[in-house]
Design a protein. Structure first.
Length: 252
């Protein structure tokens, strides 16, 4: 499968907010809602979209994020080894790249947890070097969740794209109340609804760029702003080190 420009834009939209409606996407891209639906179903069937997730912001769970690169001797089966990396409770995602390199994203709440993750990864068979970087996260205020918020989150945890009508039916709330509660969650930044994108499933080739800068002359903000503006269809995410003038950007 080869992705066209609209497919790539749909992936970016769904990664940013997988609850965006077919009708809204239809208005944005000027094609029918049915055509949008068919494209998204096709992206799911080909594996470009592996699923959907609902995540609480770091502020909601008192966590910090880390980005890591593991360099191995190349003796591992890549699929099995990604599963081994992901078996640690603090690892959120992991993937294999060329030459025995693995990338990962994790979370931690204390320095003890960070040390435990580091120790686990460095002791894996075949690992010859590991880089772990606490990364800057988007700072949002912690939101106090009401019993009604929790009632709808229970169903969204099962299906992040569940329709408002179905959430209302399952939760016993009115559709109007469900819509209001969802707006509160999304506008606060407390909850993120995202598509899980498999960047290498179609014709794309994912790669990671390591970017450094002179901290006496600039910061990461203008660099990141330039990347997002210059490469909107191939830049997916950037991880900025909290301790060094260093950023890892994921492209496809």
């Amino acid at each position: 499968m080869r992705l066209d420009e609209i497919d790539k834009k749909l992936l970016a939209e769904l990664q940013n907010n997988c609850r965006i409606s077919y009708q809204e996407l239809s208005r944005i891209y000027g094609i029918s809602a049915n055509a949008i639906r068919r494209r998204i179903l096709n992206l799911e069937e080909t594996g470009e979209i592996a699923g959907y997730s609902m995540n609480l912001s770091p502020a909601m769970v008192g966590a910090e994020f880390l980005f890591g690169l593991l360099y191995s001797d190349g003796s591992q089966d890549e699929v099995d080894f990604v599963d081994v990396i992901g078996s640690h409770r603090n690892i959120i995602a992991a993937s294999a790249y060329s030459n025995g390199t693995y990338a990962l994203v994790g979370e931690y709440r204390t320095q003890e947890e960070l040390h435990d993750v580091s120790s686990f990864l460095r002791k894996l068979d075949g690992i010859v070097n590991a880089e772990l970087h606490p990364i800057l996260g988007y700072r949002v205020a912690k939101m106090e969740l009401s019993p009604l918020h929790l009632r709808i989150l229970k169903w969204l945890l099962k299906d992040p794209r569940m329709s408002i009508v179905d959430i209302a039916k399952n939760s016993g709330l009115t559709a109007r109340r469900v819509r209001k509660l969802l707006d509160q969650l999304e506008q606060s930044g407390a909850v993120k609804f995202r598509a899980l994108v498999e960047l290498g499933a179609a014709s794309s080739i994912p790669f990671i760029a390591k970017i450094t800068w002179n901290e006496k002359k600039t910061t990461y903000e203008p660099i990141l702003e330039w990347i997002e503006k210059a490469y909107p269809l191939i830049h997916w995410e950037s991880f900025v080190s909290a301790s060094e003038s260093l950023m890892y950007s994921l492209f496809s």
